[in-house]
Unconditional design. Structure first.
Length: 224
């Protein structure tokens, strides 16, 4: 998710974000309110944004007309904007309709687009000799790093970890083993878990090629 909304950015047209379905949004009604997480579904230009609760979560009790600060991360842009809740709907699925922002405050974070995915992985902290690998999920991925969700703390900022996962390249399974550093981390509740951002160290040439092919194929499928 996005960093503190106080970061400095540039005003961009909302459509320039080129948001993909299932992009994670975070809404907050005020500085003291509990942030809520959503999945972006669709935008109707000039009319509204459709946001769905995260899988397994119920629609929260919200009041139409209330104002919200929205934050998110596209893989390239860390963005935020102000909006208002227009209404709650349960067909064709449960979603909240938010007012459409003509402009957003956006900061270019990286040139390489991360692709949203959901891959099982094994995460091992290399800081402790007796550490045990834990099952985790890769939420988005690029040649430069990944966003990981775990049930247990994986280490401190700057700590070294090893991430292992399998990708499908042209119908063949390929194992990727990446050494990485923890560049940011955030604890979540309901249920308790942690999200960490990883920055890959130099990947072996063969694994970098396989990962590049996998990302290219996945991005093409999402755009089709």
């Amino acid at each position: 998710m996005a960093a503190d909304s106080s970061h400095q950015g540039n005003a961009l047209p909302f459509r320039q974000l080129r948001l993909r379905p299932k992009t994670l949004f975070q809404t907050q009604a005020g500085n003291d309110a509990q942030p809520l997480e959503w999945q972006f579904c669709a935008a109707i230009e000039g009319r509204g944004l459709m946001l769905a609760p995260m899988p397994g979560q119920r629609m929260p009790a919200l009041k139409p007309g209330a104002s919200y600060r929205v934050q998110g991360f596209t893989g390239q842009y860390d963005f935020s904007f102000d909006t208002a809740l227009l209404g709650l709907f349960d067909a064709p699925f449960a979603y909240a309709l938010m007012s459409y922002p003509d402009e957003v405050n956006a900061r270019l974070v990286r040139q390489a687009l991360r692709v949203r995915t959901l891959l099982p992985a094994q995460l091992l902290s290399t800081a402790a000799a007796a550490a045990t690998a834990q099952t985790s999920s890769i939420l988005d991925l690029s040649l430069a790093g990944a966003l990981i969700e775990t049930l247990h703390p994986a280490g401190e900022l700057g700590g070294a970890v090893r991430l292992s996962f399998v990708v499908d390249v042209d119908g063949e399974k390929a194992q990727i083993n990446a050494e990485a550093l923890i560049c940011h981390r955030r604890e979540l509740t309901g249920p308790a878990r942690e999200r960490i951002g990883l920055s890959f160290r130099a990947l072996p040439k063969q694994e970098r090629l396989l990962l590049s092919l996998y990302l290219h194929t996945l991005a093409a499928d999402l755009d089709s």
